[in-house]
Design a protein. Structure first.
Length: 119
Protein backbone atom coordinates (compact mmCIF):
# COMPACT_ATOMS: atom_id res chain seq x y z
CA UNK A 1 0.00 0.00 0.00
CA UNK A 2 1.01 3.56 -0.70
CA UNK A 3 -0.40 6.62 1.02
CA UNK A 4 -0.37 10.00 -0.68
CA UNK A 5 -1.32 13.35 0.80
CA UNK A 6 -1.30 16.53 -1.28
CA UNK A 7 -0.91 20.07 -0.01
CA UNK A 8 -0.23 23.54 -1.34
CA UNK A 9 -3.33 24.33 -3.35
CA UNK A 10 -4.99 27.72 -3.29
CA UNK A 11 -5.80 30.86 -5.24
CA UNK A 12 -3.14 32.52 -7.38
CA UNK A 13 -3.17 35.25 -10.00
CA UNK A 14 -2.35 34.53 -13.62
CA UNK A 15 1.39 34.70 -14.18
CA UNK A 16 2.08 33.73 -10.60
CA UNK A 17 3.56 30.61 -9.05
CA UNK A 18 2.42 27.87 -6.73
CA UNK A 19 4.16 24.85 -5.27
CA UNK A 20 2.29 21.62 -4.59
CA UNK A 21 3.65 18.89 -2.39
CA UNK A 22 2.78 15.21 -2.23
CA UNK A 23 3.82 13.34 0.91
CA UNK A 24 4.35 9.71 -0.01
CA UNK A 25 4.66 6.76 2.36
CA UNK A 26 4.34 3.01 2.24
CA UNK A 27 5.67 0.50 -0.26
CA UNK A 28 7.56 2.67 -2.70
CA UNK A 29 10.52 1.25 -4.58
CA UNK A 30 13.11 2.84 -6.80
CA UNK A 31 11.08 1.71 -9.82
CA UNK A 32 7.91 3.38 -8.62
CA UNK A 33 6.54 6.46 -10.32
CA UNK A 34 4.79 9.35 -8.64
CA UNK A 35 2.78 11.60 -10.87
CA UNK A 36 0.58 14.64 -10.81
CA UNK A 37 -2.75 14.70 -12.62
CA UNK A 38 -5.44 17.35 -12.77
CA UNK A 39 -9.12 17.57 -13.47
CA UNK A 40 -10.88 20.78 -14.43
CA UNK A 41 -14.67 21.19 -14.12
CA UNK A 42 -16.43 19.37 -16.92
CA UNK A 43 -13.22 17.83 -18.24
CA UNK A 44 -11.53 14.48 -17.95
CA UNK A 45 -8.59 13.97 -15.66
CA UNK A 46 -5.31 14.56 -17.48
CA UNK A 47 -1.67 13.78 -16.89
CA UNK A 48 0.53 16.69 -15.80
CA UNK A 49 3.94 15.36 -14.80
CA UNK A 50 5.65 12.32 -13.32
CA UNK A 51 8.94 11.33 -11.77
CA UNK A 52 10.54 7.99 -11.16
CA UNK A 53 11.09 7.51 -7.45
CA UNK A 54 14.86 7.31 -7.90
CA UNK A 55 14.50 10.72 -9.62
CA UNK A 56 16.29 9.46 -12.69
CA UNK A 57 13.53 10.41 -15.11
CA UNK A 58 10.88 13.10 -15.34
CA UNK A 59 7.95 13.42 -17.72
CA UNK A 60 5.68 16.35 -18.60
CA UNK A 61 2.53 17.04 -20.54
CA UNK A 62 3.13 19.39 -23.45
CA UNK A 63 0.74 21.91 -21.91
CA UNK A 64 2.97 22.44 -18.86
CA UNK A 65 6.43 21.78 -20.27
CA UNK A 66 8.72 24.70 -19.51
CA UNK A 67 6.39 26.07 -16.83
CA UNK A 68 6.07 23.23 -14.31
CA UNK A 69 8.88 21.33 -12.63
CA UNK A 70 8.49 18.05 -10.76
CA UNK A 71 11.06 17.05 -8.19
CA UNK A 72 11.60 14.77 -5.24
CA UNK A 73 12.66 15.90 -1.80
CA UNK A 74 14.50 12.95 -0.29
CA UNK A 75 14.61 14.39 3.20
CA UNK A 76 10.86 14.95 3.36
CA UNK A 77 9.89 12.01 1.16
CA UNK A 78 7.74 14.27 -0.96
CA UNK A 79 7.25 14.86 -4.64
CA UNK A 80 6.79 18.53 -5.39
CA UNK A 81 5.29 20.28 -8.37
CA UNK A 82 6.57 23.81 -8.89
CA UNK A 83 4.13 25.66 -11.10
CA UNK A 84 5.26 28.93 -12.69
CA UNK A 85 3.68 31.26 -15.22
CA UNK A 86 0.27 29.97 -14.25
CA UNK A 87 -2.67 30.47 -16.57
CA UNK A 88 -6.42 30.44 -15.87
CA UNK A 89 -6.62 27.18 -17.81
CA UNK A 90 -4.41 25.57 -15.17
CA UNK A 91 -7.33 25.83 -12.75
CA UNK A 92 -8.19 22.32 -11.60
CA UNK A 93 -8.08 19.84 -8.78
CA UNK A 94 -4.57 18.44 -8.73
CA UNK A 95 -4.07 14.84 -7.69
CA UNK A 96 -0.95 12.97 -6.71
CA UNK A 97 -0.79 9.35 -7.84
CA UNK A 98 1.65 6.45 -7.66
CA UNK A 99 2.30 3.23 -9.50
CA UNK A 100 4.66 0.36 -8.82
CA UNK A 101 6.53 0.65 -12.12
CA UNK A 102 6.04 1.53 -15.77
CA UNK A 103 4.29 -1.83 -16.19
CA UNK A 104 1.39 -0.84 -13.96
CA UNK A 105 -1.36 1.74 -14.04
CA UNK A 106 -1.52 4.45 -11.41
CA UNK A 107 -3.40 2.72 -8.61
CA UNK A 108 -2.77 4.87 -5.57
CA UNK A 109 -4.32 8.33 -5.42
CA UNK A 110 -4.39 11.24 -3.02
CA UNK A 111 -7.48 13.23 -2.15
CA UNK A 112 -6.61 16.17 -4.40
CA UNK A 113 -5.92 19.84 -3.84
CA UNK A 114 -7.66 22.73 -5.59
CA UNK A 115 -5.65 25.24 -7.58
CA UNK A 116 -7.50 28.27 -8.89
CA UNK A 117 -5.80 30.75 -11.21
CA UNK A 118 -7.57 34.08 -11.54
CA UNK A 119 -7.23 36.27 -14.61
Amino acid sequence: QVQLVESGGGLVQAGGSRRLSCAASGRISSNSFVGWFRQAPGKEREFVAAIRWNAASTYYADSVKGRFTISRDNAKSTVDLQMDSLKPEDTAIYYCAARKSSLYDYEYWGQGTQVTVSS
